[in-house]
Design a protein around this ligand. Structure first.
Ligand SMILES: CC(C)(COP(=O)(O)OP(=O)(O)OC[C@H]1O[C@@H](n2cnc3c(N)ncnc32)[C@H](O)[C@@H]1OP(=O)(O)O)[C@@H](O)C(=O)NCCC(=O)NCCS
Length: 168
């Protein structure tokens, strides 16, 4: 299905929280972090550190992505969150969101996208999603999240193989 992609506003805060919790994948503290990042992006000073785009069916938020510039780098960006309503997963919404984020990053001179995820078995589909969309498993930190739950870092070169040359 094709959604309309729009900013996520304050009116969608509760729905964003439900969506994130509803995946069944995230710890409660992580759900809280997603909401905090939305709040930061909507705050009075409108932090540019965290940017959101939502996928909507009419006015219903079905998924979102959150990303921001990686501090201390040139052209490296973190994709902090990408979440699709559990009932709508596998219908192309995640791909639509990821394509949108990558397009915006290219416009912003982005070179490298970094995504952190988990080694847990219940994240296998998530890892498959990134790998099928050009992300390379770049690093693993064993036991990072919890015993037996490793941090897996994926990266994507947005420069068509020119990363080494453009990194001065
Ligand atoms: C990962 C996620 C954002 C992908 O979004 P999506 O809308 O389901 O993805 P799409 O429909 O565009 O693409 C489906 C692809 O993702 C994979 N996938 C991931 N989770 C899936 C699910 N629950 N059902 C079906 N496919 C899933 C499939 O392998 C499929 O790959 P293929 O198209 O190459 O066969 C979404 O499944 C999700 O919210 N997962 C839970 C939260 C999560 O893991 N977020 C990332 C945190 S690091």
């Amino acid at each position: 299905m094709s959604c309309s992609l729009r900013p996520v506003g304050r009116a969608h805060r509760e729905r964003l929280e439900q969506l994130t919790r509803g995946t069944g994948l995230f710890r409660e503290s992580e759900v809280g972090t997603a909401v905090e990042l939305l709040d930061a992006s909507l705050g009075e000073r409108g932090s540019d550190d965290y940017r959101f785009v939502g996928a909507f069916d009419r006015n219903e938020l079905l998924g979102y992505a959150c990303w921001g510039p990686t501090p201390g780098t040139e052209g490296t960006w973190d994709l902090y969150w990408i979440v699709v309503d559990r009932a709508r997963q596998g219908s192309g919404i995640g791909t639509q969101l990821l394509t949108e984020v990558e397009g915006r990053l290219r416009m912003d001179g982005g070179r490298l996208v970094v995504v952190e995820t988990s080694s847990r078995a219940d994240y296998a589909a998530t890892r498959g999603f990134y790998q099928a969309r050009g992300y390379t498993r770049a690093a693993t930190i064993p036991g990072y999240y919890a015993p037996g739950d490793d941090l897996v870092i994926y990266t994507k070169d947005l420069t068509d193989g020119d990363l080494a040359r453009t990194a001065s």
